[in-house]
Design a binder for this molecule. Structure first.
Ligand code: PEP
Ligand code: MN
Length: 349
């Protein structure tokens, strides 16, 4: 049997609404998307995990009936997928002929539940995607994929939808690109799909995040698409209409795999780029604090440069660097540079 998820020359594009809301909504979006041959799979939420009680929790079995009906027209054109979080969901997906399911972020964090779902998925014929856990813990992500592999499921993919962190840096979910890249390094045969909609949480971020993912050699994209996003019952700010999705896909630069350097080299360079970006972000945070310190010093008439404090910082850094295997002169030079810039910022504050 041919696999749904495999590493192909062109990225796999999955699109569809956050939630299946009505047959009309689903028919409208599926019809519009069917004109775009790049899209091969329709996504929709049938059961919605909500952080707080009382929200829309999905249309459940009724939505599966709509999908079954749509499959009569579009069954040869599209595959259909939805999230499952309970063993009963899996049985219902089989009953209604769903092609693929995904374990959501709130499921991937729970090894007992993943184990139970893996048992239920065994022999079901369903292809399975695993979204990253909400927490930035790669072991949970790898562990969930391994639990599925152990019961014999080979048609698997991983979905990167970002993480909840102390500071999400303006994203709905912090992308922490180093994690999916590390996942790809550890499990190179499992296709990696990016979900820019849930990372950005804003429709204007979808294009840029999708490009970043493709530049990092992700194998596909899952993008939320709704006929009338402003009226969507869930995630209305991040969904795009089908025509916007077409523009996003038209503008994406898809690089041929064959044109690129060996996979390991690419991944390691990506890791370096991510670390460099983090260094800059941290330096900027450090300079902002320095400026605030500058204000306090001038308010209290304190000298900007305090030799004792500088001596302590330098010794501390050299000792910490040694522990990390870094050359003493190198650490000294970097620390002097940072300190010098910090004083310059304080002078101007
Ligand atoms: C979804 O795909 O609609 C969803 C609920 O995503 P996540 O689990 O990534 O929040
Ligand atoms: Mn959503």
């Amino acid at each position: 049997m041919s696999r749904i998820f495999q590493i192909r020359e062109l990225p796999t594009i999955i699109a569809g609404p956050c939630s299946a809301e009505s047959l009309e909504q689903m028919r409208s979006v599926v019809t519009d998307l069917s004109n775009d041959s790049r899209i091969s799979m329709i996504r929709c939420g049938v059961w919605k995990p909500r952080t707080r009680p009382g929200g829309f929790e999905g249309m459940g079995e009724l939505a599966l009936q709509w999908i079954k009906e749509l499959k009569e027209t579009f069954g040869n054109r599209f595959l259909f997928c939805c999230e499952v979080a309970r063993t009963e969901h899996i049985e219902l997906c089989q009953k209604y002929g769903i092609d693929a399911v995904w374990l959501g972020s709130r499921t991937t964090v729970n090894p007992f539940l993943v184990g139970e779902l893996a048992e239920a998925l065994k022999g079901s014929g369903l292809s399975v995607m695993v979204k990253n856990p909400i927490t930035p813990d790669i072991e949970l992500w790898v562990g969930a994929l391994e639990r599925l592999q152990r019961v014999g499921i080979v048609d698997l993919a991983a979905v990167h939808r970002g993480f909840t962190t102390y500071n999400n840096f303006g994203y709905r979910n912090n992308p922490l690109w180093e994690l999916p890249i590390e996942l790809k390094r550890r499990m190179p045969d499992v296709p990696l799909i990016c979900d820019p909609s849930h990372i950005g949480g804003r429709r204007d971020l979808v294009a840029q995040l999708s490009q970043t993912a493709l530049d990092m050699h992700f194998d596909g994209l899952m993008i939320e698409c709704h006929p009338q996003p402003d009226k969507a019952v869930t995630d209305s700010g991040q969904q795009v209409v089908p025509s916007e999705l077409k523009t996003i896909l038209d503008n994406l630069k898809v690089r041929q795999r064959s044109e690129t350097a060996p996979g390991d080299l690419i991944r390691m360079r990506q890791q370096l780029d991510i670390i460099d970006a983090q260094i800059l972000k941290l330096l900027s945070q450090r300079m902002n604090i320095s400026k605030d310190i500058g204000v306090i010093k001038s308010r209290h008439n304190m000298p900007l440069f305090q030799p004792d404090r500088w001596d302590q910082v330098l010794r501390q850094q050299i000792a910490a660097g040694k522990e990390l295997g870094l050359d003493e002169n190198f650490v000294k030079e970097v620390t002097e540079k940072i300190h010098g810039e910090s004083l310059r910022q304080q002078e101007n504050s």
